[in-house]
Design a protein around this ligand. Structure first.
Ligand SMILES: NC(=O)c1ccc[n+]([C@@H]2O[C@H](COP(=O)([O-])OP(=O)(O)OC[C@H]3O[C@@H](n4cnc5c(N)ncnc54)[C@H](OP(=O)(O)O)[C@@H]3O)[C@@H](O)[C@H]2O)c1
Length: 265
């Protein structure tokens, strides 16, 4: 089956009431996917879904706050009634934090890393052979943002899930101790996306026997609420980068992409 043609297959997108998530839904639907548009704010999500598909047949809405275990469990419980399977999962929901507010930093990790991880684990049973997972990451998640200590550990090709969890916990402990920069940590946003990239590689390895591909994508710097008005890229161009990663030809897995081209992590 042509991966670039939806052909009635189902895609689920998180954080899709606005910005890149919404645009990803528009473009995936344009390719023929049935889309489950999820959002933590129900009314906004329903309005966004109806804005794309007034009939509600090709774009469905389901509430999902990726930081809330109950919300994730509700989605998983309702999924069988929405679709027989999820062919493509796009973990797009995210927040940015470049301040020096430890509470915001913790929320950034809880959303961008733990939230995307937990949604993936909950949706995994619905992914068929040939299914695809896309982690919306960022150029700010490149290994070069880390100091030499954390960099060597994150880039270890044999990194396991428990070791990754320990690394993220170490960052949170350094945050609690008050001086994460001293231990070589960049912004919480960068840490969250580095960890997401590391999880991408681990999941790609774990899911290879099921022929489920897992890739990370950078949409570029885009004019959304997060990216701001001076970003050079339009939302459709950034969304296209995500959609290209969701429809890569062949069984490409474990990579980091921008505009359909592999970039270095
Ligand atoms: N824009 C850029 O330049 C850029 C560059 C690189 C990577 N990215 C990544 O691209 C993704 C989308 O960003 P964007 O630019 O479209 O940002 P955005 O316009 O701020 O949209 C973020 C989306 O994530 C949702 N979200 C936040 N926390 C959530 C939660 N706990 N549960 C469910 N949804 C949640 C927001 O929902 P609410 O409306 O409820 O807040 C919103 O729909 C993010 O992962 C971001 O890190 C963006």
């Amino acid at each position: 089956m042509d991966p670039a043609s939806g052909d009635g297959r189902t895609a689920l997108v998180t954080g899709a009431n606005r910005g890149l998530g919404l645009e990803t839904c528009v473009q995936l639907r344009g390719l023929g996917f049935r889309v489950i548009l999820t959002s933590r704010r129900k009314d906004e999500g329903i309005a966004a879904a109806r804005g794309i598909d007034p009939s509600g047949t090709t774009v469905l809405h389901h509430p999902l706050d990726i930081t809330k275990a109950e919300s994730i469990a509700n989605l998983a419980a309702d999924l069988p009634a929405l679709a027989s399977r999820v062919d493509v999962l796009v973990n797009n929901a995210g927040i940015g934090s470049w301040s020096s507010d430890p509470e915001k930093d913790r929320r950034t990790i809880a959303t961008n890393y733990h939230g995307s991880r937990d949604v993936t684990d909950a949706v995994l049973p619905f992914l068929p052979e040939g299914g695809r997972i896309v982690m919306v990451s960022s150029g700010l998640g490149e290994l070069s943002t880390l100091g030499p200590g954390p960099r060597a550990r994150f880039s270890d090709p044999a990194l396991t899930r428990p070791a990754l969890e320990a690394l993220v916990a170490e960052y949170l402990a350094d945050l609690d101790a008050g001086d994460p920069k001293r231990s070589g940590w960049p912004s919480s946003y960068s840490v969250s996306k580095v960890a997401l990239n590391a999880l991408t590689k681990i999941l790609a390895r774990e899911l290879a026997p099921r022929a489920v591909s897992v890739n990370a994508v950078c949409p570029g710097w885009v004019r959304t609420d997060m990216g701001g008005r001076s970003a050079p890229r339009s939302v459709p161009v950034g969304g296209r980068s995500i959609v290209l990663a969701a429809t890569l030809p062949g069984g490409a897995t474990g990579g980091f992409y921008r505009d359909g081209k592999r970039i270095s992590w």
